[in-house]
Structure formats: structure tokens, C-alpha cells
Design a protein around this ligand. Sequence first.
Ligand code: ARG
Length: 257
Amino acid sequence: MKLMKVLFAAMMVGVLAIAAGCGNNDKIVVATDAAFAPFEYLDKGEIVGFDVDILEAVMAEAGLEYELKNTGWDPLFAALDDNQVGFGISGISITPDRMESYDFSNPYFESKLLAVFPESLKISGMQDLAGLKIGVQNGTTGQEAVEKILGKNHSAISKYDSTALAFMSLKAGNVDVVVTDNTVAEEYIKNNPNDKLQTYTDPTLFAPEYYAMAFPKGSELKADIDAALQKVIESGKYAEIFEKWFGYAPNTEVLLQ
Ligand code: ARG
């Protein structure tokens, strides 16, 4: 009887050890929507991009283990709401609306919106968007900006689950214009030279936006991530990653203010 108890105890210790070691319990799950090149996209099944490299550098600096999960855009925020992930990195702009529901790291990238459309169209002001079919990714700042011009749920606005889908729709001629982040727009235009696309931006309507990692409100991770990000920027690692993806040196001053 005594032997049985000892054996049982030993077995339980074993089971617990396996559970702790094998599970990803100790890894922080980071959510992303990997259809937003060059920030996060799939390359032969692997998630790559500027954000992915920044995340890797920051987590190494913070000494934290993590697993990057391609949840998609809307599910990313749902996962934050339910505390199912540690945080999200996905070219997420800090906005007043989102600040009510999430905590943000310090910013790591400056962006602005662009309208992308075929060279055959003439757009010289935002008023020219009226009468055109516009594609945006659902739940993005692009959608918000276009709705500010045309009105909420306007019939000319098509909302897609991903920015990649919005671009496919532009290629197919289902929409005339896509409004999205400048760096993503420029990457798409570069990769699709035959589509003969051009861009327009409105400096007053499309103000600078800042990307940051988004946490569930009250997350204790934020402080560690901010400290690590600061070190990654100050050490020059940030500039190295930036140059690798964009081919020029970043202005880190804006980020450190
Ligand atoms: N910066 C824009 C926003 O925060 C678009 C981000 C979309 N990111 C993505 N991975 N699809 O609304």
C-alpha cells in the first residue's frame, strides 16, 4: 500500500513535469494578421516582416519566450479582449478609440494613409473619392478615414477582412481605390508594376499614425516591452532592422520623444 502511494506520487510529479515542459504555458502568445507586407506576411508558410524582426529583437532583449500566431485582424482584437494572447503586433496604429480598450507600447513606426488607384483615374482631392468604389480593410484606420469623408457604412465602401484581399479586389476592378498605410501601399505598387498604380495623400485628413504593440488593458508586460524596445532603438538594432526592410535609415528621434 505504501509502495503504491509512493509510486502514485512519483507518477503525479512526472505528469506535472511533462505538462509544464511540453505545454506552451510559459510562452507568451503574440497575435498578428500576416497579410500586411512588409510588416507581417507569409513567405513559404513562415511569418516574416519588419514587425516580426522587431518583435524578435524586443523579446530577446526582454528575455521573454513567445510564439507568434497568425490570428487575422478582427480575431486579434477579440483575443486581446478575452486575454487569450499576451499582446498583438500587426502594424496597429494607436488611436483614441483603441486606447479606451487596450494599452499600447511606446510607438515603433510612423505611418500615414494613402489612396492607391490606377493611373487612369484622376484624384486631386479627397472630394474626388465621392462617386468611386473604395476598398479598405475592415476595422482599420483606413476605413475610419474613408468613413469620415463619405459617411459611415456608405454603399461605396467595401470592407475586407485583410488588406491583401482589398488589393485583390482592386486588381479585379471591383473597387477603384484602396486606402491603406503608405508603406504597405508602396510595397504593393512596387510588386505589381504592371497594374500602373499611383497614390494620393491628404495631409490634413491623413495625419501621421504610430504603430505600437497592443496589450489587454492593465497588462504587466507593457513595462518590460517598453524598456526592451527602448534598448533595441538605442542600441542601433532597430536601425539595422529598419534598413534591412526599407533600405534607408530611420528617424528614431520621433520614436524616442
Ligand atoms: N495601421 C492600420 C490600423 O491600425 C492598419 C493595420 C492593419 N494591419 C494588419 N496587419 N492588417 O488600423
